[in-house]
Write a protein that binds this ligand. Structure first.
Ligand SMILES: C[S@@+](CC[C@H](N)C(=O)[O-])C[C@H]1O[C@@H](n2cnc3c(N)ncnc32)[C@H](O)[C@@H]1O
Length: 198
């Protein structure tokens, strides 16, 4: 997996672009000023850098060293700093009641890892903390516009409601949207977007 992502991020161009994901951008007003934020599977850093430009204290975690290099370059370009940790989310310690928000943008994980990671999201968020997620849903298999081809790595409302039984959801919905994010995500896409509150 690490080799796959390092190869994908090993070129000069940003595979998912330098601009933040639109859903994250639109959801950022839910975050209190100077929030302590953890970004999961942050790749080349577009979302973490955006949150840092808004004045938040951002930590990013990802398997990819190449992703880290590019995220740090992007942070430099935008005159912000990031704490980017190269680690596997399955073993990374999220801490306890530590984060005001945890962000998961297209961080598609196999079921066992996803469940484990979501348990750590629950423990790691402060009470009242927010989990902001956008992923592809299984309908995305009908499109060739991005995301994993394995249905087990695509998320549904039911999966999130099961993984986070005690969360309240400010938003949890499927949508069809045209997205343009680098060369990685291009065209009509079937998305699941959520803002859960611990
Ligand atoms: C589709 S990319 C999304 C990157 C970024 N969130 C974005 O929207 O631009 C998925 C990312 O998840 C990371 N990833 C996948 N499995 C991981 C794991 N077990 N631990 C840490 N990172 C992981 C990959 O390295 C990759 O950067």
């Amino acid at each position: 997996m690490k080799d796959f992502w390092n190869e994908r991020f090993g070129n000069e161009a940003y595979f998912y672009g330098k601009s933040p994901n639109q859903f994250l951008k639109d959801s950022a007003h839910h975050l209190p000023p100077s929030s302590r934020i953890l970004c999961l599977g942050e790749g080349e850093g577009r979302n973490a850098v955006h949150l840092a430009t808004l004045g938040h204290q951002v930590t990013a975690v990802d398997l990819s060293d190449e992703g880290k290099k590019k995220a740090e370059l992007l942070a430099q370009e935008q005159h912000v700093s990031l704490n980017y940790i190269v680690a596997d989310l399955a073993t990374f310690d999220f801490g306890d009641q530590k984060w005001d928000a945890i962000i998961s943008i297209f961080c598609h994980l196999p079921p066992e890892t996803r469940q484990l990671v979501h348990q750590k999201v629950i423990k790691g968020l402060k009470t009242g903390g927010k989990f902001i997620i956008q992923s592809y849903n299984p309908e995305q298999l009908n499109f060739n516009t991005g995301g994993p081809k394995d249905i087990n790595m695509l998320y549904t409302k039911e999966i999130l409601l099961n993984d986070f039984p005690a969360f309240s959801w400010k938003k949890l919905e499927n949508s069809m949207e045209e997205i343009q994010e680098g060369i990685g995500h291009q065209g009509m896409s079937s998305l699941l977007s959520g803002i859960g509150v611990k």
